[in-house]
Design a protein around this ligand. Structure first.
Ligand code: GAR
Length: 198
């Protein structure tokens, strides 16, 4: 099961790896929380079950945003449980879960993040690394896959990492493409290792 919010290039890497046998898995469904997420099209065109599940109606129905998020997370958990996944992969899923979701999938939710452990958490990791390069000469960043045990932001027990150098020839765009290329390989390997360990 894959949850995504955006372009879905990492979802595509998983789809391709399943397709050519590098990943012995079935992607039982893809859920997006943005209607415009291209991940939705990628899943649909590969005959994978899809669902759009947005937070907006929950925010509109509740005065307290925290309560809205808890309700959303509980309903999403129920939907995900319906697919009986071995693993829930957050592949560019831009929503922080409460325990109201996570408690249903202990040790079974993994997140991909475009930075190394302990560095540049949050939604703008690539910009943050690029700015640190311009400001302080940072010469490497990286990508990681980690378990999501609790409500911490982009942290949790690390399953896999890969460093990505920042070279003098880089611009923001070239760095981003190398980060994504590293993610695509790392995510497939991390999911394969996780499933093998079950
Ligand atoms: C990826 O770079 C992923 O690491 C990042 O969103 C991007 C999604 O790309 N996730 C986070 O920043 C989580 N904090 P994609 O939609 O092309 O797979």
């Amino acid at each position: 099961m894959v949850l995504a919010s955006g372009a879905g290039s990492n979802l595509q890497a998983l789809i391709d790896a399943v397709g050519d046998g590098r990943l012995d898995a079935e992607i039982v469904a893809v859920i997006v929380n943005r209607r415009s997420a291209f991940a939705l099209q990628r899943a649909a065109s590969n005959n994978i079950a899809t669902a759009f599940f947005g937070l907006r109606p929950y925010l509109d129905d509740h005065d307290d945003p925290a309560q809205a998020r808890r309700r959303y997370d509980a309903d999403l958990a129920a939907m995900v449980l319906g697919y009986r996944p071995d693993l829930v992969v957050l592949a560019g899923w831009m929503h922080l879960f409460t325990m109201g979701f996570l408690e249903y999938f202990p040790g079974r939710v993994i997140n991909l993040h475009p930075a190394l452990p302990g560095e540049f958490g949050g939604p703008n990791a690539i910009d943050d690394a690029w700015n640190a390069h311009l400001r302080d000469g940072l010469d490497r960043t990286g990508v990681m896959v980690h378990l999501v045990p609790d409500e911490g932001v982009d942290n949790g027990p690390v399953l896999a990492t890969e460093a990505v150098p920042i070279t003098p020839d880089d611009d923001r765009e070239s760095l981003e493409s190398r980060i994504h290329a590293a993610e695509h390989g790392l995510l497939v390997r991390a999911v394969a290792d996780f499933l093998e360990g079950l």
